[in-house]
Structure formats: structure tokens, C-alpha cells
Design a protein. Structure first.
Length: 495
């Protein structure tokens, strides 16, 4: 019987030592170096910046539009009552999210906080937010949020042996978070080496209101902390930086005509005689201080007996561009975005290829947005609805028993760009005609609320009908008016 080798027995695998560990054992000891290097890369590398900013711009853009969609059936409401409830909540939500009082520090409204939150998650792998209650009598809304760097989340030194605290998160026997240990000072600013002061914050109040919102993407079971987006390609980015710097230095050297000065035969006496110098010992001093004038674009003044030879280094590297592009494509694959979207380069694409690249990229963006809405936007919306319900600003009977029915909503954000508007419009019409799509779905693809669109159409229709003009004859009426008011055509004058 033939004995098969295990994969780990292959020669190339013997130099790849591994040790199966839990998600936290694999991640937590490397976390600090991963997010610090990720942030440094984003600050100093244009491509890393492009990856992060592209995801933020296309996921959130100037802001996410939330539309309440209360579950009328579950709550026993009529369609008219549900519509009025949604409109009132949307009005108050707009006031709440557009105020800088949303942020404890007064720096961010909800849209700005969303962008900052997502950027922090991409760079650090996670982000924290602490929920506060504004006690000022002048505050229109009481709910406030404080964004906190995840660096401050860590296990205090005196609790390092506590197995129920993982990376600063205290969990119960079912591995559910109970409390968070957050340092009052930023660890990186602890220059004097004094001990950090920690605050233990429970995740919820006794009646269930969230106090800490911890957002991260869980990739393994029992994983307590998040991993930066760029973590898998940090080494590749660093090597590419080093290679690019070396090639750039070589290109600068290549731009200069390199020269070597050689001295031909001839004794000091002969040179002194040719220069009319009586003392041959003065030749060396004269040569040392000779004004060669080696400036850019200047002719070099050679000393008598010297000869000039030039050479050109073999630069630039002819395969540099292709090599860098292949590395960048690997990096883009790791982030889930197509190369064309990150580099903003569609020069090598035809229409079909560009459309496929955009489609692939937007699928990734939609997945990120759906996750971000679920983990962050829904948490904030839940706190907001809970506040206005308890303060009597809206009617919400049996709120805690039927909370999910009150929290239904839709979110719209930036949409995919259109390469050919005519083709896209025709495709949308065909989807509607054959019943494979709906007006709601088509409007959502353009970032519009279909109810707003139809409401606007109805208003326009009402206006035209008040004027005695039927909607379907509007274009022809306008055309007739244009013909009647047409300017006289000028006759051509023959030369």
C-alpha cells in the first residue's frame, strides 16, 4: 500500500511553524502592532489612503438617509396611522442627527460621526462609543455619544490573571460582554510611565439601555476584538514602499549625467612648466582648489592633464510599472475592492470590463454598508426611539415588548455611478415591465426614496391638472408653444 505524505511533511511546509490557538490567543498579542502600523500606513501611503477613503465615500458619502418603516401589522396600526408615525419620527430624527450636540465634544453631527466611526473601524479593526444622557434643560434631545479609540480598551495590570477579561472586555459564562475596562488616559501618551487609571463600564443599564457600543467584525468564534482591514497586506505594503523608494532614487540618479574624472600621465614638473609655475610643489595645492564648477547644467572646468568620461546607469527599470501593478492588484483583492476602483484607473478597460469592476466593487460596498447599518446605525436609532418614546414625544405603547417592530427602517446611501445612462434606463424599464424588479428597488439603486419620488410626481400631476393640462399631453403642449414663439430664422447671405 502506498503511503501518502501529510501536507505538513512537505519540505516547504516544514519552515512554516503553526500552533492551533483560540481566536483571542492568535489576535490579542498582535493587535497593538497591527493597528499602529495600519494607521501609520494610512498617514504616509497614498494607496492605503485611497483604499480607506474609497470605502468611506462610497459606503457613507455625505451621510446615510434613514427612513422609518414601522411594522404596522405587528403593532395593529392602520396604513394611515403608520404613515403619520413614520413622518413624525423622521422629522425628529432629522433634528437629532443634524445637531452637533449628538457628540459629547460638540464636534460631530451623526453623518460626521458615521464617517469617523467607519474610518476608525477600518484602521483599528474596531471602535467604541459611550452613550451619555444630556441633563441640560435646554437640550432638545438627551442622548449623546462619545467616540473612544479602541487603544484605551485593555485589561488592567491587576486583573491580567482574570480569565473572564479578554482584551479589556469582561464576559459572563456564556461569553457575552458584561463590562468594558477603559483607561482614562491614552496609553500612547503615558510618557512618565505612571499607571493607567481604568473605569469599568457595564455594557447596559439595569433596564437594558446600551451604555457601550463596541463595533467590530467577528471572523472567528469567541473573537473579542477586531482586526484592521489592512492587516493581511501590511508586510506587502511595506516592501512595496521600499521597492518604490529604491526605484525612485535610481530614477533621480539616472536623470543626472554621471561623470568620472581621470588624470592622464605627466609629472608635476611638466604640468608646472605648462602652467608657467616656477615651483612644482604648488601644483598639488592648485589642483586641490581648482574651480571645476560642477553645477547642474554647467560645463566642468578640467585641470590640465585631466580627462572626463561619462556613463549612464541602466535605469529606469522597464518592468517596474507592470510589477507594481500586479502587487497592487493583490493588495486590492485582500481588501475586496477592484484595482480600477482603488486606483481610479479605467484606462485599460472597455465598457464591459469597467462595468464588471464597478459591479464587483459595489457588491463589496453594499455588504459593508449593510453590516455598518446593523452594528452602528441601528444601535443609535434604537437609543433615539427609546428616548422619544419614554419622553412622550411619540406614541409607542408596549415599546419594550414590541421593540423590533418600532425599530424597522430603511437606509439609503451613495449609489453606483452610471457609465451609460441610456442603457441603464432602458434596463430598468425592462426589469419593471417583466416584473423582475419594483419601483422601490429601482429608486433605492439610485439612492432615492420611492415614496418621495411618487409624491413629487403626484404633486406635479396635480399642478398640471389644475391648469387644465393632462400629464400625457404636457410635452406636446410645450412643443406647440415653442413652435408658436419661435424666433424668425435669419436668411443666409451669399458671399
Amino acid at each position: 500500500m502506498t503511503k501518502h505524505k501529510a501536507v505538513s511533511d512537505e519540505g516547504i511546509m516544514q519552515g512554516w511553524p503553526t500552533n492551533p490557538q483560540s481566536a483571542n490567543a492568535d489576535l490579542l498579542h498582535e493587535l497593538k502592532s497591527m493597528y499602529s502600523r495600519s494607521r501609520d500606513l494610512q498617514r504616509n501611503n497614498g494607496i492605503a489612503t485611497s483604499i480607506i477613503e474609497t470605502i468611506i465615500d462610497k459606503t457613507i458619502g455625505p451621510g446615510l438617509t434613514l427612513t422609518p418603516q414601522i411594522d404596522a401589522k405587528t403593532l395593529g396600526l392602520s396604513d394611515e396611522d403608520a404613515k403619520l408615525w413614520n413622518e413624525e419620527v423622521e422629522r425628529q430624527w432629522t433634528l437629532f442627527t443634524r445637531s452637533k450636540d449628538f457628540d459629547v465634544s460638540g464636534r460631530c453631527d451623526f453623518a460626521e460621526a458615521c464617517r469617523l466611526k467607519l474610518r476608525t473601524i477600518l484602521l483599528n479593526g474596531e471602535s467604541l462609543a459611550l452613550v451619555h444622557w444630556n441633563k441640560s434643560p435646554l437640550a432638545m434631545f438627551k442622548t449623546q455619544v462619545q467616540l473612544v479609540e479602541a487603544d484605551r480598551l485593555s485589561t488592567p495590570a491587576d486583573k491580567a490573571d482574570n480569565k473572564s477579561i479578554l482584551g479589556g472586555i469582561e464576559v459572563d459564562n456564556m461569553n457575552r460582554p458584561k463590562a468594558y475596562y477603559i483607561s482614562k488616559e491614552y496609553p500612547g501618551d503615558n510618557y512618565l510611565g505612571q499607571c493607567l487609571n481604568y473605569q469599568r463600564l457595564p455594557i447596559k443599564t439595569d433596564f437594558g439601555r446600551k451604555l457601550v457600543i463596541h463595533v467590530y467584525k467577528q471572523e472567528r468564534i469567541d473573537q473579542a476584538r477586531g482586526k484592521p482591514l489592512l492587516a493581511p497586506v501590511l508586510a506587502m505594503f511595506k516592501k512595496l514602499d521600499m521597492y518604490s523608494d529604491a526605484e525612485l532614487t535610481a530614477a533621480v540618479v539616472s536623470a543626472v549625467v554621471a561623470m568620472i574624472v581621470t588624470t592622464e600621465g605627466g609629472s608635476a614638473e611638466e604640468i608646472a612648466k605648462n602652467l608657467g609655475i616656477e615651483d612644482p610643489t604648488q601644483v598639488l595645492d592648485l589642483k586641490k582648489n581648482w574651480p571645476r564648477n560642477p553645477a547642474n547644467g554647467k560645463i566642468i572646468n578640467l585641470f590640465p592633464g585631466e580627462k572626463l568620461e561619462t556613463f549612464t546607469p541602466n535605469r529606469p527599470n522597464s518592468v517596474y510599472s507592470n510589477f507594481v501593478e500586479s502587487i497592487l492588484r493583490e493588495i486590492c483583492v485582500a481588501t475586496g475592492l477592484p484595482y480600477e476602483m482603488v486606483m481610479k484607473d479605467f484606462s485599460k478597460c472597455n465598457y464591459s470590463s469597467a462595468r464588471a469592476a464597478l459591479q464587483e466593487g459595489w457588491e463589496r460596498i453594499h455588504a459593508i454598508r449593510a453590516w455598518f447599518v446593523q452594528e452602528w446605525v441601528k444601535e443609535i436609532y434604537s437609543l433615539f426611539i427609546e428616548e422619544i418614546a419614554n419622553r412622550g414625544l411619540i406614541k409607542a405603547p408596549n415599546f419594550y415588548e414590541k421593540k423590533e417592530a418600532y425599530l424597522k427602517f430603511a437606509v439609503h446611501g451613495p449609489t453606483k455611478g452610471v457609465l451609460d445612462p441610456g442603457k441603464e434606463a432602458k434596463a430598468a424599464t425592462e426589469r419593471l415591465n417583466n416584473g423582475t424588479s419594483t419601483y422601490q428597488k429601482e429608486c433605492a439603486m439610485n439612492g432615492d426614496n420611492f415614496e418621495d419620488v411618487f409624491l413629487q410626481q403626484k404633486k406635479e400631476q396635480d399642478i398640471t391638472e389644475e391648469k387644465g393640462i393632462k400629464r400625457n399631453t404636457l410635452v406636446s403642449v410645450i412643443s406647440d408653444e415653442d413652435e408658436n414663439n419661435e424666433e424668425p430664422k435669419k436668411e443666409k447671405v451669399n458671399d
